[in-house]
Design a protein around this ligand. Structure first.
Ligand SMILES: [Zn+2]
Length: 556
């Protein structure tokens, strides 16, 4: 059969290419730089590989998995002849019945899949017949009612056996329904199995007829006299029927756009092969709770695939139990800064980071400079991973905030100020100590050096300034410390070097001590002033012992 070539393109197409590679397996294609070659025979049964990829990649996050994974607990109790079945087990069972079994069995996406699994069975009815077990009345104890409860549990287990076995057997369709709505829908919508009016009940067939069959047909068509070309790959196409209006939020929505740009839809027809690649976009992104990330590092297809695979594994495998909103950022930085074997490559080019958040695509450029800062700040970044604070209903994570600012080329001073101020004034809902503020300062110092805003201060000096701060605190009267904090932080915030120096001079002369010379030498510019000032305040407000968590390892 024919060999097909696909070349890298814009970020969306590249996400599709990575997705396609994930689906068919890298071993089944040939990659040469920016080109991907494969035999058309690879498209036989592509719809099976398509769903299999999503189901495997996201298995543990699926509601299907919640249903069948309870089997393990059932087996355990049966093996122990229910001797280990206690009140907590009962709570878990009742919770499972109400929030998993009864809940999902009647949901419409499940219901529509039942006839495809076994038309003679009626899981909706099974769900209705399920009831919670042994609600204890007042004054009754679990132990008193134990025999009766276990009796009931055994009966419910028989019902659950039937339900779970059915769902196990129906994995192909039930899990497919899950990934359609939790994963695939993040990439595209409105056609094939995501068209609410589709007549085809089997999503596998629906995918094949919409995406795969047209490619095979296209390969058989004589295109000698074709008048049009695919917008993406420039291959000749026989008509302009296929467009990209099914892709989410990309500005390709011809149905809505034509009124504004009357000839717009003449420009964006694609060939069936490109359309199939675009349908793989959700397999190229990694999603957590509907938010996605894709790294468009398009030097070549190998790197494109490798870096996204790393992000994917960081997010979905390292942290299955702990999928927090910070994970995509952490995964991104770890995946990229860990590329030691490929260091040279990352010095060559900026990297485009595409995030899908709140149903919109957002773009960042991860500049060479930002990458260097992240690499140099690796240890400090690690220490602030779990740090955060709460402002009203808003949770701010140190890691996320830091990466966001550095990607936007912003320094961290206002954030350092906020975190230090909240700590000094003992505000609640702060989950960090002064050593972590020190880590922020150290990352910020790397940033300032990289943008050459501050070249005259070393990490060793910062550590020395921290230490002077701690010594100052030991000598200074405790009852005067909050006044001192307030005045100094205010001077730092308003960038008032004169006020700052006044307070420092007064305080040191109050102690009868000489003022450390870094105060006088280091005030060459605003950045140095703030860095010295906050470094001193980290020492004043945080015991230096904490610094082993917050400081930087590679101090000299
Ligand atoms: Zn094309």
């Amino acid at each position: 059969m024919r060999e097909i070539e696909c070349r890298t393109g814009d970020w969306l197409f590249n996400a599709g290419l990575v997705g396609f590679l994930n689906i068919v397996g890298k071993e089944n294609v040939r990659i040469e730089g920016q080109s991907l070659f494969f035999n058309a025979a690879l498209l036989d049964g592509f719809e099976e590989s398509y769903f299999a990829y999503f189901i495997k990649a996201y298995e543990k996050t699926l509601s299907w998995y919640k249903i069948i994974s309870y089997k393990e607990e059932m087996e355990r109790h049966r093996e122990a002849d229910f001797s280990d079945f206690d009140e907590l087990s009962l709570d878990r069972l009742n919770d499972y019945i109400a929030n998993v079994a009864k809940y999902y069995l009647k949901s419409s996406s499940y219901v529509s899949a039942y006839p495809l699994i076994d038309a003679t069975k009626d899981p909706v009815e099974w769900g209705k017949n399920l009831a919670k077990v042994g609600q204890l009345k007042k004054k009754e104890t679990f132990e008193e009612k134990r025999t009766e409860i276990i009796q009931n549990v055994k009966q419910v287990y028989v019902q659950l056996d039937e339900i779970i076995d059915f769902c196990q057997k129906g994995k192909k369709y039930l899990a497919a329904k899950n990934v359609i709505y939790t994963v695939i829908k993040n990439g595209w919508n409105g056609i094939s199995f995501l068209n609410p009016q589709t007549k085809e009940k089997d999503c596998y067939i629906d995918y094949r007829t919409n995406f795969v069959d047209p490619v095979l047909e296209h390969l058989e068509t004589d295109l000698e006299k074709a008048k049009f070309n695919c917008t993406t790959c420039n291959e000749p196409i026989k008509n302009m029927k296929l467009d990209l209006s099914f892709m989410n939020e990309t500005g390709f929505d011809t149905a809505r756009k034509t009124s504004h740009v009357w000839d717009f839809n003449n420009d964006i027809a694609v060939c069936p092969m490109c359309k199939l690649i675009y349908s793989c976009v959700p397999a190229g992104f990694t999603y957590v709770y509907g938010n996605g990330i894709f790294i468009n590092d398009s030097i070549n297809i190998d790197t494109l695939h490798a870096v996204n695979k790393k992000v994917h594994n960081e997010i979905l495998h390292h942290s299955t139990d702990n999928l927090t909103s910070t994970s995509p950022y952490r995964a991104l930085i770890e995946a990229i800064t860990n590329q030691t074997e490929d260091k040279r490559h990352y010095e060559l080019a900026d990297i485009q980071v595409v995030r899908y958040e709140n149903e919109t695509y957002r773009f960042n450029i991860l500049s060479k400079r930002a990458l260097k800062i992240f690499r140099e700040s690796k240890e400090a970044l690690k220490t602030i991973q779990k740090c955060g604070l709460k402002e009203g209903n808003l949770n701010i994570n140190f890691y996320q905030e830091t990466v966001r600012r550095l990607m936007n080329n912003e320094n961290l001073f206002t954030f350092i100020h906020k975190t230090m101020y909240l700590k000094v004034t003992n505000v609640s809902n702060t989950y960090y100590h002064m050593g972590h503020v020190g880590a922020l300062l150290s990352i910020n110092t790397n940033f300032l050096k990289e943008i050459e805003a501050m070249t005259d201060i070393s990490k060793g000096q910062i550590w020395h300034i921290n230490k002077c701060g701690t010594e100052f605190k030991k000598a200074y009267p405790e009852n005067k410390l909050s006044g001192f904090n307030y005045k100094i932080l205010n001077a730092l915030k308003t960038n008032n070097r004169d006020a700052f120096m006044d307070i420092i001079l007064n305080s040191y002369s109050y102690l009868g001590k000489a003022i450390p010379d870094f105060f006088l030498k280091a005030f060459t510019n605003d950045e140095t002033f703030k860095t010295v000032g906050y470094a001193f305040m980290v020492g004043v407000n945080g015991p230096l012992e904490n610094n082993e968590n917050g400081g930087n390892k590679d101090e000299e």
